[in-house]
Design a protein around this ligand. Structure first.
Ligand code: ZN
Length: 503
């Protein structure tokens, strides 16, 4: 058994090496590659993607998994070996269900669709990309049908990013959250909007980058196993547990962009850097779901990084970096500015309160499209109607409406958005559990100390990587299944202090 187990592990390491190399090519493409490299780079990453898929779906892996099944049964569920076999089997079975020809067709189609979208969006021309999106919907429905037996046609997509959850679970959680959230949003947005002009001044790029990275390191981001570079759309990427990188972007006329992007990506990176080193190169060496991953970016960015306590410590430092811009701005004004809540058009710029309404709108449309209840050609109008109902404003054009997010234009439709809101909910649930266990965490944050919080997260969440599913790890770490209560309590406390929520 041990030789077979080792053989499986060796094969998985090869798959990992190829996909890590593809990841490095992507990182380079997004940071330093000259534009002339684009065409060859697209081919190179596609080749590596095909190779790693071929290696992972090799029937030899299936035979090894079969041979090792009795061994797996003889082990405890939570042993590392059993977990590796369980998670590999789950991913293997999923991967072999999708024919390679279909995947290749979809890859070709989505790269064309993406190309057309990059031109259609600035031109505000939905009609141009509409036929591509219709084809994408067709492909999405075909993809779902490789997984017969689902309860809802979106389930295969939701399971691939948030394993353990189905469309009905997400619908139920979102309905509960919506009921609590809508009155909070109305109460806040009926009051005077916070003045965030202090953030819209000239802030030299180098100083912004240095400050953000300094905070990242204070959080616990290990620069011996990480680095930060500039990109257009910030992301975190990992080539091994010893090399977990973040990217950020700066706007010299807006302080919020680089700073909070950096803290967000740092949250993702802390999760990956915290994974047990024994899992290196295996399917266990990654965050367990999109919702749990996003819970960490949002915990560090919002719950910590936008808290008053955090800025009690860091604001004087920020003022000394930008004395001309912020020297005369009181902490309270700055705190209100970074927590400004408003009904706005763009999801990625939305505040932590209204953000979830943007997600729910997209999630509901994904379900309706897949169900056949909504046609692509009706999407722009339906988008505007729903947006007006939820936000009280009508998008002036499709560019900032149905064309704004890349997701549907560069991948299949389904499972793309729910993780963001699940992340908001879970971030608060993990944080409140950590604070219950260690009530000194808030006062440590006020003193610029994050060790107790970081250690709790490593011990209860990060170290396990993908060993447990999201529902398993949430229950194990917090003692209850996913619950919106900590998140609602967090919003009520924080925003109740900034606004009158009873009005
Ligand atoms: Zn994120």
């Amino acid at each position: 058994m041990e030789t077979k187990f080792q053989e499986l592990k060796n094969r998985l390491l090869e798959v990992n090496d190829i996909s890590s190399a593809a990841g490095l090519l992507y990182w380079d493409q997004s940071t330093y590659m000259p534009p002339g490299g684009a065409a060859a780079r697209a081919r190179q990453t596609a080749t590596l993607g095909r190779l790693s898929h071929e290696k992972f779906t090799d029937p030899a892996i299936g035979r090894l998994l079969d041979a090792l099944a009795p061994y797996e049964k003889s082990l405890a569920y939570d042993s590392d070996e059993a977990s590796l076999l369980r998670v590999t089997r789950r991913e293997y079975e999923r991967s072999i269900k999708i024919p390679a020809d279909f995947t290749a067709e979809v890859v070709n189609h989505t790269s064309e669709s993406y190309q057309v979208w990059t031109e259609a969006r600035p031109a505000n021309d939905f009609e141009r990309v509409r036929p591509y999106l219709e084809k994408t919907l067709e492909y999405s429905r075909q993809a779902a049908n490789f997984f017969p037996g689902y309860d809802h046609i979106a389930d295969p997509f939701i399971e691939s990013s948030d394993y353990g959850m189905k469309a009905t679970d997400v619908k139920r959680v979102f309905a509960e959250l919506r009921q609590e959230l809508v009155p909070i949003v109305s109460a806040i947005t009926s009051q005077e909007t916070a003045d965030d002009s202090c953030l819209h001044q000239h802030f030299p790029e180098e100083k912004q980058l240095a400050f953000g990275l300094e905070v990242a390191q204070q959080f616990g981001y290990d620069m011996n196993r990480g680095r930060q570079d500039k990109t257009h759309h910030p992301f975190m990427t990992k080539f091994s547990l010893g090399d977990v990188r973040i990217t950020t972007r700066t706007k010299e006329n807006f302080l919020g962009d680089a700073l909070f992007s950096t803290l967000h990506e740092t949250g993702h990176a802390l999760y990956e850097q915290g994974i047990c080193m024994d899992f290196e190169g295996t399917p266990l060496a990654g965050g367990t779901s999109s919702g749990v991953h996003e819970s960490q970016s949002r915990l560090w960015e919002n719950i910590v990084g936008r808290s008053r306590g955090f800025w009690k410590h860091f604001y004087p430092q920020l003022q000394s970096v930008f004395p001309e811009q912020l020297g005369d701005v009181p902490l309270d004004t700055f705190y209100r500015a970074i927590n400004k809540v408003e009904r706005s058009l763009i999801r990625t710029n939305a505040d932590e309160v209204t953000y979830n309404l943007h997600v729910m709108l997209r999630f509901d449309f994904e379900l309706a499209l897949l169900e056949g209840e909504l046609e692509i050609r009706d999407l722009p109008n339906v988008w505007c109607e729903r947006f007006e109902a939820d936000f009280g404003i009508v998008p002036p054009d499709d560019k900032d409406g149905v064309l704004q997010d890349v997701h549907w234009y560069f991948g299949l439709i389904g499972g793309s958005f729910q993780g963001y809101t699940l992340g908001n909910i879970l971030g608060a649930q993990f944080f409140s559990t950590a604070v219950k266990a260690h009530p000194q965490i808030p006062s440590e944050i006020e003193n610029g100390k994050f060790l107790t919080l970081h250690d709790w997260l490593k011990e209860n969440l990060y170290q396990y990587g993908s060993k447990y599913t999201a529902p398993e790890i949430v229950e194990q770490a917090t003692g209850t299944p996913l619950s919106i209560e900590p998140y609602i309590a967090y919003l009520r406390t924080k925003y109740g202090e900034l606004y009158d929520l009873e009005s």
